[in-house]
Design a protein around this ligand. Structure first.
Ligand code: GFB
Length: 322
């Protein structure tokens, strides 16, 4: 780690502040002495290059956190390859380009652990990037995220600006998407277990074999790591952001059943994909700086379920079809 960025007195634009990650970054920045800039979709369409340039020229942020992205779980990634590739390429290019044109000195780009090869060594070090073929279910999203981190590197190299990238593992927490067709595994299983509890159902349907392993990080920890990197990191390489521990999907399902308090047994739906067998990230570069997550998985799931229960009847959770 080298280089520091003082947040005090700065104007920080969080792109994607309505999403799970962006909203967590806004919450985290509230304890820094900086001004947080956000823009709703009605005010700023990140797919509109001229609009982004105008907005950035008008609002003049000092720093940008690029947390806006078209995101989704394994099925959504597999079903909408154009959206995951094209929307992400366009949005991130517009934001990084406009930031540079408007003298933004510091930018943090947010990627994903799916940038790494499907069969990368475990835990996955940062330099495993581009050493092998990607996982086919999410290669579209991965290619966009690889392009984003490379764009930041390119700006560093060609223009000498301090644009950095963080690659978080699978995130979950308040503000997640609980729509069963497009969500990630944690909100999907939490919602299904909750419905079983209410309706007295007995079988929790888990997609795939239950054997894949995943590493999970609570979104408030991810946001904390991102602000930490914004303030303390200045380097060419992207930085992995994770908890350093993984779990099988079957064990995750059992933990969620217990957190929710549902009396359910687990069944496996072999018609759904497993995706990559394992993607535990090597977080030694981040941990060497002294940063650690605060939530263990059970605590984080309990906190998230508490949030879900408080919001389920208010209509402010993305639920989609049941
Ligand atoms: O979270 P998830 O959709 O994404 O799925 P990925 C993780 C694992 O959980 C897969 C299994 O093996 C799924 O088959 N799973 C079991 C379920 N039950 C369910 C369920 O009800 N819903 C869902 N969604 N999964 C995504 C990428 O991959 O990870 C994205 O597609 C992104 O691009 C994200 O990188 C972090 O971990 O497989």
């Amino acid at each position: 780690m080298s280089g520091t960025f003082e947040l005090r007195g700065k104007r920080v634009f969080v792109a994607g502040h309505r999403g799970m990650v962006g909203s967590a970054v806004v919450r985290r920045l509230a304890s820094e002495d900086c001004e947080v800039l956000t823009a709703g979709r009605d005010e700023l369409d990140l797919l509109d290059q001229q609009g982004v340039r105008r907005w950035m020229a008008d609002r003049r942020p000092d720093a940008v956190v690029m947390a806006a992205a078209k995101v989704g779980g394994i099925l959504a990634n597999d079903t909408y390859p154009v959206d995951f590739l094209q929307d992400n390429l366009v949005m991130q290019t517009n934001v990084v380009d406009s930031a540079f044109r408007n003298d933004v000195g510091k930018l943090l780009f947010l990627g994903s652990s799916c940038i790494y090869p499907k069969l990368a060594p475990q835990p996955i070090p940062e330099d495993a990037l581009l050493t092998g073929p990607l996982e086919p279910t999410n290669e579209w999203y991965a290619i966009a995220k690889i392009a984003g981190l490379k764009l930041c590197q390119a700006y560093r190299r060609q223009h000498g600006v301090d644009y950095i990238s963080a690659m978080p593992t699978n995130l979950y927490g308040p503000g997640d998407n609980f729509d069963l067709t497009s969500s990630h595994v944690v909100p999907a299983l939490m919602r299904k277990a909750h419905q079983l509890k209410l309706q007295g159902g007995k079988a929790l349907s888990v997609w795939g074999s239950g054997k894949p392993m995943r590493e999970f990080l609570h979104v408030d920890d991810a946001a904390d790591a991102m602000v930490w990197l914004l303030k303390n990191y200045s380097g060419d390489s992207h930085v992995n952001v994770g908890s350093g521990e993984d779990i099988t999907i079957a064990d995750l399902a059992r933990t969620i059943v217990s957190v929710v308090g549902a009396e359910a047994t687990i069944t496996f739906d072999a018609t759904k994909p497993d995706g990559t067998p394992r993607k535990l990230m090597d977080v030694s570069r981040l941990f060497a700086t002294g940063w650690r997550p605060r939530y263990g998985l059970s605590d984080g799931l309990e906190q998230t379920y508490g949030w879900f229960l408080r919001h389920i009847d208010k209509g402010d959770i993305r639920l989609g079809a049941a």
